[in-house]
Ligand binder design. Structure first.
Ligand code: PHE
Length: 341
């Protein structure tokens, strides 16, 4: 019994020395192995006096259990330690490190278009999408440009084999939108347009416009001026003036070229406005009665204005881009400069 007590104390000391699986195995062998202390004591039982066997046997078993439990516990501790160590030595993934990847950003046309949409929405205009492939009817006839009308010459485009065409102006959506909404209506419809042009710094075969229409009872040129002035002041972030000059488009009567006082020099004259103090920005006018009629709206009852803002032009002005071809180009140096960070 005394020996058992010594073994117990010895184990308690040894238990503290176990730092890894090797020492764990050594200690286990030392006590529970074939010739281990505890095993040897068990072997002793049969040599004892029969009256002592039971109590000694129980005491040895108890010691064996105690040591087994402690060894098991130690093993779990060692295994956990090993896992922790492995985790520590693994390369760490730090999700908070800012990424070095190049991120894309919105195209300048999209940025300006979204700004315009915001302004018009705030004035109660709905936003519509137009087709890029259109019928000849929608692009020309429905806006009062019949076959053989000389105005068709100014808007030569790309025709498809099925007789349809790539729309030359956003006005091509006027008829469809009038039929969809009926009067009264307030709608803008931005879109990509195409023309068969000789390409140069200010002519491109693909460009963007933003068209708008307001149709109601008693709509007049004053409404047109008010909305254009408000919209342009919002876009440029400062009060601008507008002026109208006569302009001819078969689908408006009267038709105008709307100029905006140069927001860069305040009208004094600079490079952007070519020293004139004014920028030609937006053809517009009162919708021709024929166009209203073709759109299913009674011109005796309703009037309206329409405008076709040169979105590509506005983008070029906003960012000081001097060649329209950059807008469809892939020169990242240009796009980098308009990037919203
Ligand atoms: N669609 C015309 C163009 O592209 C512009 C315009 C729109 C003129 C609406 C008047 C009214 O040239």
């Amino acid at each position: 019994m005394k020996e058992l007590e010594q073994i117990r104390t010895m184990y308690q000391h040894k238990n503290k020395d176990i730092h890894n699986l090797d020492t764990w195995n050594e200690v286990k062998n030392l006590f529970l192995g074939k010739n281990g202390y505890v095993t040897s004591c068990m072997k002793e039982i049969k040599n004892l006096d029969p009256k002592d066997r039971k109590s000694f046997g129980e005491a040895v078993n108890q010691l064996k259990n105690e040591i087994t439990v402690l060894l098991d516990k130690k093993k779990v501790e060692l295994e956990n330690l090993e896992i922790e160590e492995k985790i520590k030595s693994m390369p760490r993934l730090d999700l908070t490190i800012p990424t070095q990847e190049e991120c894309g950003s919105l195209h300048p046309v999209t940025i300006v278009q979204q700004k315009l949409i915001d302004v018009f929405r705030s004035m109660g205009f709905a936003v519509e999408d137009g087709n890029e492939i259109e019928t000849e009817y929608n692009n020309f006839e429905a806006v009062n440009i019949p076959k053989h009308h000389p105005a068709r010459d100014m808007q030569d485009t790309f025709y498809l084999n099925n007789g349809q065409l790539l729309k030359t102006h956003t006005s091509a959506s006027q008829n469809r939108i009038m039929k969809k909404y009926g009067a009264p209506l307030k709608v803008i419809f931005p879109g990509r347009c195409f023309r068969n042009e000789e390409l140069d710094a200010s002519h491109e075969n693909t460009f963007f416009q933003m068209e708008g229409m307001m149709i109601d009872k008693d709509v007049s040129i004053s409404n047109l001026i008010y909305f254009m002035k408000t919209m342009l002041s919002e876009v440029f972030g400062k009060e601008v003036n507008v002026r109208l000059r006569p302009g001819f488009f078969p689908f408006v009567e009267p038709g105008f070229e709307l100029d905006c006082s140069c927001p860069y020099c305040g009208g004094k004259g600079c490079k952007v406005c070519k020293q004139s103090g004014w920028i030609e920005l937006c053809p517009c006018g009162m919708i021709h009665p024929n166009v209203l009629t073709m759109g299913g709206i009674n011109p005796e009852e309703y009037q309206g204005f329409a405008f076709g803002l040169g979105l590509s032009r506005l983008v070029m002005m906003t960012y000081g881009i001097d060649d329209i071809r950059h807008l469809n180009g892939k020169d990242l140096k240009v796009l980098e400069q308009t990037k919203v960070k």
